[in-house]
Structures are given as structure tokens and as C-alpha cells.
Design a protein around this ligand. Structure first.
Ligand code: GAP
Length: 453
């Protein structure tokens, strides 16, 4: 058997779909946008929330050895001295002596300015943390930073979590939140932006068991994307070379995805050793040792860190789900989003705007909304409405027609196959719940039948 080949989609099509249908807009667009900042629209916010919920369910809710946190974006400035960000979180920059544009030295092809061919300065390190001031006085003593990663909030709370949850090693803390980096090279839509959201796990283990846990998390996190529908051939694990390793990492792999611009990092999984807790113990003067009651040993735990981006995941899920199929009206664009990620789970469509049909459809709509995000659409032909739902990834459309008024039945149409079944309205909710959990469309409830128009 031949392996499936990786597939790449066109970024322009993705950006256009996202803007046209209300997934993602440039930030402050009416003022011309703000470079590399993005706003998630009505569909984008649903997708993003669903991604975060799927992650939280898998790594917190369904595990005994994990707890969640939500720590603040602004932290004590010493945090960043201890973490190494004040010293080392920088990119080498050169400036053009003529046009004064700045470039990342490690990404330049030649030795002159790519914009005007002017002469460039020597590289200078540029710190990527956003600086601001706490309180009314803008002076050195009041400088604080917007966090460039959520991780540090979890490291500095290690003792609080240990004391309040009475967890024993191995255990982890998980957090979802905004991070900020004054990136020099941005672009590729939401792939690299200056304000973004991370989903990070800090998993504390006994030294000596770290390699085993590292491998465990590599597999676990890779499979999470596959379970949520990303094609395996579009994902790969890539180990960092020695010179690429961050200052804290003993080992690191990226889960790379085949984005429209090529293979690039979706998530990083690092073995951070005892770097973080040792540094915070040193800078805070507080012992961050762990006491193992079984062996009566004191030691500083090692940390395995799977760190994912919400925005990059959203981009990967959209790209992977994007599909075009020829049909009688030209091309059917669809997003094969996993039902748990789809912004709307169901769309309710009355066949026409006739009063009695609308009333029946609204009743179905009101009932289904108690359980899921449901869309209601009665504008234009039914064919067009199906296409609109396909394009935003709605897994099922429920059509209320004239016959429904007599037989109390409706049709359910499946997005991917366009197959239809007809079911009694009083079984609709349980039928949809089963289909959304993966049951075959043609498994019918009592009184249901396969439907051909
Ligand atoms: N605590 C470790 C850490 O932050 P990282 O590799 O710098 O590691 C982890 O970031 C993940 O955060 C990346 O794999 C990516 O998904 C996301 N990420 C990092 N910088 C980003 C940016 N500028 N824009 C969007 N996502 C970003």
C-alpha cells in the first residue's frame, strides 16, 4: 500500500474564506488594520473555543494527574530575570542606514537592505518582550512585561498547587491564555502574530523518569491532532538540533504541520529539566524542592512541557478541513471540520418562508439550541443554504418541509456525503447527538428512513 501524500492548500483561499464568512478579520480594520494582530469573528470565536475545550477535556478533565490554572499576564519583573527572558529572549536585528527599516539578521539572504539595497548596521540583540509601566509613573522601577509565554505563571505556582491539591509526582498543570511577543518577522496570516493564545502543560516528574514522560507526551499530543481530524500525513515530529535548543531545554521536538507556506511548528514539546524550578528557587529565595514520601528524598522535579498555539491550531484545523468538490453549480467548498470543532453543529432550514413552516422550524431551532450552537437560515434557495453551511463546516442540516407539518418528521443532511435521512421530530435531538458522536448516518432511530429527494 502506498502512503497518502501530504496535501497543501492555498493560503489566499483560506484567508478569503475566513474573512468572507466571519472567522477572522484584521484587527481594527476600519483604521487600516494593525500589523499581525487579528480579530476572531462570530465563527472564529466558536472554533477557537471548541479547540480550547477539546484540549482542556483531553489534558485536564479526563486525567487524574492534571489540574488547571489561569494566571495573570503581568508578573513580577524578577520572573523574567529568573526565566532567562530578560537576557536571552531576543532576535539579532540589523538596521538599514538609508531607509532605517529593520531586519532579522539570521533571515537575511544578502548583506544589503532587501528594500532599498542600502548598507546595514552590525546586528544588535532586540528583546521580544513588550514593556509597559505599572502605576502612574513611567520610570525604570515600574517596568513590567506582557508575558511572552504562559509557562512562567505555572512554575511560580508550583508550591501553591502542590500544597492545595496534595498532588504527588508525576502531575501537571495546564493553562490556556494570551501571550505577547514583539515578533520581528510576522505574517502568514495567524501563524505568527504579536498577540496570540497558548495552551501549555507543565508536567512535573521525578528526574530519571523524564525521558519516558517526554516520549509519552510526544505521542499523546501528536494523536490529539489526529483524533480531531488532522491527516496524519500532514503532521510530523521534528527533533531540534543541538544548536536550535532553547537555553532551558535538554531535548525538544516540534510537531510540524504542512501549512500553506510549508512545514512549520504547530506545537513544541520540551524536556526543560530542572532549569525552571531551580532558577525560581534561586531568584525568589524559596525552596521549590519536592519531598518524596515513599523514598524520603528531596529533589527538584524535571519538567516536560507540551506547548501548543491556539491560533496555529485553528489555522491547521481550517487548512486541513478545506476541500473543493466539483458539482453541478461549479465548485462545492467545504470544511470537513470534526463535529466537536465545528462552529455550528446543526443548521435548521425551513424549505420556504411560509408562516406555518417558519413557525415549525423555529420550534425545532429553539429546542436544539438548548444543547448546541445552531444556525437558522431561511434566505435564498435550499441548495444555496446547504452550500453556505458546507463552507463553514456545519456537520448536519435539518430541513423542515411541508410534509413535516403533516408527518412531524424532518430530514437530516450530512455535510460530507450529502446523504439524507428522515426522522420523527421527537427523536431528532437524540439522533443528532448520536451522529455528532460519530454514529453512521444510516443507523436509524425508530420511525426513521433513508431519504432520497
Ligand atoms: N513555553 C514554551 C514556549 O512558549 P514556543 O515554541 O516559543 O514555546 C509554543 O511556543 C507555541 O506557541 C508554538 O508552537 C506556537 O504554536 C505558539 N506560538 C509561539 N509564538 C507564536 C506567535 N508569535 N504567534 C502565534 N503562535 C505562536
Amino acid at each position: 500500500m502506498t502512503e497518502p501524500t501530504p496535501t497543501k492548500v492555498d493560503m489566499e483561499k483560506i484567508v478569503s474564506l475566513c474573512q468572507r464568512r466571519g472567522f477572522i478579520f484584521p484587527s481594527s480594520e476600519i483604521y487600516g488594520g494593525l500589523s499581525s494582530c487579528w480579530d476572531y469573528g462570530p465563527l472564529g470565536v466558536e472554533l477557537k473555543q471548541n479547540i480550547k475545550q477539546a484540549w482542556w477535556q483531553a489534558v485536564v478533565q479526563q486525567r487524574d494527574d492534571m489540574v488547571g490554572m489561569d494566571t495573570s499576564i503581568l508578573m513580577h519583573p524578577q520572573t523574567w530575570a529568573a526565566s532567562g527572558h530578560l537576557e536571552g529572549f531576543s532576535d539579532p536585528l540589523v538596521e538599514c542606514k538609508s531607509c532605517h527599516l529593520r531586519w532579522r539578521a539570521d533571515e537575511l539572504k544578502g548583506d544589503s537592505c532587501p528594500s532599498c539595497s542600502g548598507e546595514l548596521t552590525e546586528p544588535r540583540q532586540f528583546n521580544l518582550m513588550f514593556k509597559t509601566f505599572m502605576g502612574p509613573i513611567e520610570e525604570e522601577a515600574s517596568i513590567v512585561y506582557l508575558r511572552p509565554e504562559t509557562a512562567q505563571g505555572m512554575f511560580v505556582n508550583f508550591l501553591n498547587v502542590l500544597d492545595t491539591t496534595r498532588k504527588k509526582l508525576p502531575f501537571g498543570i495546564a493553562q490556556i491564555g494570551k501571550s505577547f511577543r514583539n515578533e520581528i518577522t510576522t505574517g502568514n496570516f495567524i501563524f505568527r502574530s504579536r498577540e496570540f493564545e497558548q495552551m501549555e502543560i507543565e508536567f512535573f516528574v521525578k528526574p530519571g523518569t523524564d525521558k519516558e514522560w517526554f516520549n509519552y507526551w510526544l505521542e499523546e499530543r501528536f494523536n490529539w491532532y489526529v483524533k480531531l481530524g488532522i491527516k496524519k500525513e500532514n503532521l510530523k515530529l521534528r527533533q531540534h538540533m543541538k544548536h536550535e535548543l532553547a537555553h532551558y531545554a535538554l531535548d525538544c521536538y516540534d510537531i510540524d504541520y504542512l501549512f500553506p507556506m510549508g512545514w512549520a511548528e504547530l506545537e513544541g514539546i520540551a524536556n526543560r529539566g530542572d532549569y525552571d524550578l531551580s532558577q525560581h528557587a534561586k531568584f525568589s529565595g524559596k525552596s521549590l524542592d519536592y519531598f518524596d514520601e515513599d523514598t524520603k528524598e528531596h529533589f527538584i522535579p524535571y519538567i516536560i512541557e507540551p506547548s501548543a498555539g491556539v491560533d496555529r491550531s485553528a489555522l491547521a484545523f481550517i487548512c486541513d478541513a478545506y476541500d473543493e468538490e466539483p458539482d453541478k453549480e461549479g465548485i462545492r467548498v467545504l470544511l470537513h471540520l470534526h463535529p466537536s470543532l465545528a462552529p455550528y453543529k446543526v443548521a435548521v432550514l425551513p424549505l420556504s418562508r411560509r408562516e406555518n413552516l417558519v413557525a415549525a422550524a423555529k420550534k425545532v431551532y429553539a429546542d436544539l439550541r438548548q444543547s448546541w450552537m445552531v444556525s437558522y437560515d431561511d434566505a435564498q434557495s435550499i441548495g444555496r443554504r446547504y452550500r453556505r453551511q458546507d463552507e463553514i463546516g456545519t456537520p448536519f442540516c435539518v430541513t423542515v418541509d411541508f410534509q413535516s407539518l403533516e408527518d412531524e418528521q424532518v430530514t437530516i443532511r450530512e455535510r460530507d456525503t450529502m446523504n439524507q435521512i428522515r426522522v420523527p421530530i421527537n427523536t431528532l435531538k437524540t439522533t443528532l447527538a448520536a451522529k455528532l458522536s460519530g454514529e453512521e448516518l444510516f443507523v436509524l432511530p425508530p420511525g426513521g428512513k433513508i431519504w432520497k429527494e
